[in-house]
Design a protein around this ligand. Structure first.
Ligand code: CAA
Ligand code: NAD
Length: 283
């Protein structure tokens, strides 16, 4: 199957990055948000990333303009009717995602592939709630999307080989290195990463060290590009909390249980970089 037009649901942290790399790869890309204000914020983030890229000499002004020319932002589902593939990158909640896929199904053609960028939800469950379980799969991108090379490609029990191959090839066409991951909560990377991040919060709660010392410990001692508490701020504490609950619900293993501090920080609106405060404060 030939993919010419790409839809992205959500222009938050992940949706903005996915829409950007899709447009940069030459696809006509339509990104949908819930209202104009959130959409403008997301599109602004894409413009800034591209402008910074020009300043750093990573992209030319011509490439930036071409990318922006391929990209349009909308607030209506109807505007996505001609998409050949739609990648969903909205809040980590099965009901919200299911409602969005239902709204899309009312407007798209029978051939359109659906993919979810979920971090932890069951792809087979999301697929089963649509009328195209054979044309549904997982495409798990990493944050920040334009810089991280990996995509996990996940086959639901119902995904056809043809749809899976099309999604794998599509990931490569975006300049990514896809790997095959199982339809198990957290796939491969989050299965390993999430317990580590949750443990870092528990260590801080139990007084093992200051925020800075825990981060510097892992950064300088192990060569990680970011300390775990910085990375949590960067991923979003709300998203991490939802992921932990979903993984704990499935595995019933305490290593996936959300630390009490994480829950309280989310309740207090300390969501990390996106809200201006998490473990650190941001200007
Ligand atoms: N346009 C183009 N290129 C850019 C750019 C821009 N606007 N901004 C930066 N770059 C390039 C830089 O030029 C640099 O390239 P070179 O390596 O060729 O020099 C590279 O990107 C790195 O940029 P910086 O040197 O400015 O920044 P850094 O070294 O501090 O790295 C980072 C930033 C890549 C984000 C790094 O800190 C990192 O890898 N952090 C960890 C991120 C991570 O773990 N992500 C996964 C999160 S978990 C997840 O996503 C899954 C989930 O479900 C929750
Ligand atoms: P985010 O909170 O930054 O953005 C979500 C966006 O979706 C918001 O802007 C919201 O307005 C929008 N939205 C909600 N309902 C919508 C709908 N029906 N149509 C269109 N837009 C809608 O969240 P995020 O960090 O981008 O995470 C999105 C998804 O990607 C989640 O499933 C998350 O688990 C996954 N993910 C996140 C990361 C990460 O590091 N943050 C990494 C990989 C995967």
């Amino acid at each position: 199957m030939q993919i010419k037009t790409v839809g992205v649901l959500g222009c938050g942290l992940m949706g903005a990055g996915i829409a950007q790399i899709s447009a940069a790869a030459g696809y006509k890309t339509i990104v949908r948000e819930v209202n104009q204000a959130v959409l403008d914020k997301g599109l602004g983030r894409i413009r800034k990333f591209l402008d910074d890229g020009v300043t750093k000499g990573k992209v030319t002004a011509e490439q930036r303009d071409k990318t922006l020319g391929n990209l349009s932002g909308v607030t209506e589902f109807g505007a996505m009717k001609d998409c050949d593939i739609i990648i969903e990158a909205i809040v980590e909640n099965v009901e919200v995602k299911t409602a969005a896929f239902s709204a899309l199904e009312a407007v798209v053609g029978a051939h359109t592939l659906f993919a979810s960028n979920t971090s932890s939800l069951c792809i087979t469950e999301l697929a089963a709630k649509t009328k195209r379980p054979d044309k549904f799969g997982g495409l798990h991108f990493f944050n920040p999307v334009p810089l991280m090379k990996l995509v996990e490609v996940i086959k639901a029990l119902t995904t056809s080989d043809e749809s899976y191959q099309a999604m794998f090839a599509f990931s490569k066409s975006l300049g990514k290195e896809p790997i095959t991951a199982p339809d198990k909560p957290g796939f491969i990377v989050n299965r390993l990463l999430v317990p580590y991040l949750l443990d870092a919060i528990r260590c801080y709660e139990h007084g093992l060290g200051t925020i800075q010392d825990i981060d510097n410990g892992m950064k300088l001692g192990c060569g990680y590009p970011m300390g775990p508490l910085t990375l949590l701020d960067f991923v979003g504490l709300d998203t991490t909390y939802y992921i932990a609950n979903i993984m704990f619900d499935e595995f019933k293993d305490p290593m996936f249980a959300a630390p009490t501090l994480l829950k309280r920080m989310v309740l207090a609106g300390k969501l990390g970089k996106k809200s201006g405060e998490g473990f650190y404060k941001y200007a």
